[in-house]
Design a protein around this ligand. Structure first.
Ligand SMILES: Nc1ncnc2c1ncn2[C@@H]1O[C@H](COP(=O)(O)OP(=O)(O)OP(=O)(O)O)[C@@H](O)[C@H]1O
Ligand SMILES: [Mg+2]
Length: 344
């Protein structure tokens, strides 16, 4: 007798064993639960995320069983968009190290410029002809796709994984933004789902050959940074901070977490270090630099002290970060490459 599908089963498993159920999930308005990310949820969990009433969940389960047995369903089956609803195979991106180095960007405090540093480091590395990808590990507050102006849904790759989007400058980008119908839609997910999404952004995405995969993380020491450290083959971590006492104190927590998880801090970046007037005068708006303290705390080199530049914010908001040029970021990229060479 055929297996009975129950609400506690994982969507990915159900869809794998009974491909006819894909269209039922979509027919019931569960597009994202059948996609690469949400498919690791149970049927009941997916229904909860989509605020299904209990009766609606019962009907969905009934229809799934009907479809699996080749019987008619209560809703018209709906075709899944490309790249969604189809169980994704693990790509070869991870195990065979087509990606030479995976570097995560972390901070203790929010808003210190992690995403910006990740984005602009990628831009500088790319300008040197290196192959760079960015995995936006900030699932609930993704900002990378926006900064690069990459739009559109990722499509299914030849090998059955997901093709990342490519920026105008040739940087490969994978972000939760691409799965949201509207950029302003909230991602109301609990830790385990966030962790699962991050893992899939690494393993199911066809990153192809990369010199560096940069992982932009949310602030602090929540599930997301832990997942990245424990599940991805991270070669090194960059810590971003800003010249404020509070930032230094909070950054210590982040350093301690990295140590506990046996990660390697390859460098620190001090962002918003100063503002320079057109005449070349420098003002330390957020107080004196604490770069030396950061170096002492981490034992890692200070890769850059980056200025505050209002033009940068404008370009980021317009999705044109790749048009930005400043010496400080070229120096960051140079120090980054040299440090990683030394570490290898
Ligand atoms: N050096 C800078 N000059 C001007 N604006 C900056 C600079 N660094 C960051 N910003 C701006 O500050 C804001 C926060 O930066 P960003 O989003 O990169 O921080 P974050 O650490 O990633 O934040 P979160 O913790 O929320 O992920 C953005 O609007 C960004 O454009
Ligand atoms: Mg960010």
């Amino acid at each position: 007798m055929a297996e009975t599908i129950t609400a506690d089963m994982i969507i990915h498993d159900v869809v794998s064993r009974h491909p006819a159920t894909v269209k039922v999930f979509h027919g019931h308005g569960l597009p994202c639960t059948a996609c690469a990310v949400g498919s690791r949820e149970s049927i009941a969990g997916g229904a909860r995320t989509h605020r299904f009433a209990p009766e609606k969940l019962d009907i969905l389960v009934k229809d799934l069983n009907a479809a699996a047995n080749g019987q008619p369903t209560s809703v018209a089956p709906k075709k899944a968009p490309v790249g969604r609803g189809v169980p994704l195979q693990m790509s070869t991106a991870g195990p065979d190290r087509k990606i030479k180095q995976v570097i995560a960007v972390m901070s203790g405090k929010g808003g210190v410029g992690k995403s910006l540093v990740t984005g602009l480091l990628a831009v500088s590395l790319r300008r040197q002809g290196l192959r760079v990808g960015i995995l936006d590990g900030d699932i609930t507050g993704p900002s990378i796709a926006r900064m690069f102006g990459t739009r559109g849904q990722p499509s299914k790759s030849v090998s059955g994984g997901i093709d990342p989007l490519t920026s105008r400058g040739g940087i490969k980008v994978m972000s939760m933004n691409m799965f949201l119908e509207n950029e302003s839609d909230p991602v109301v997910w609990r830790g385990p789902m966030i962790s699962s999404a991050i893992k899939q952004f690494y393993s199911d995405v066809d990153w192809d050959q990369l010199d560096y995969l940069l992982v932009d993380l949310p602030p602090g020491t929540s599930d997301a940074p832990m997942t990245v450290m424990q599940s991805l083959p991270v070669d090194g971590i960059i810590i971003v901070s800003s010249p404020q006492m509070l930032a230094t104190m909070v950054v210590m927590k982040c350093i301690n977490m990295v140590r506990q998880l046996k990660g390697i801090i390859v460098g620190v970046v001090e962002n918003m270090s100063y503002f320079q007037t057109p005449d070349g005068e420098r003002y330390e708006i957020f107080g004196p630099s604490n770069g030396t303290e950061l170096v002492n705390m981490t034992g890692a080199p200070l890769l850059a002290q980056l200025p505050i530049d209002p033009n940068l914010t404008t370009l980021c908001d317009a999705g044109r970060v790749e048009e930005y040029h400043a010496e400080a970021y070229d120096l960051l990229a140079e120090n980054f490459i040299n440090t990683l060479k030394i570490k290898r």
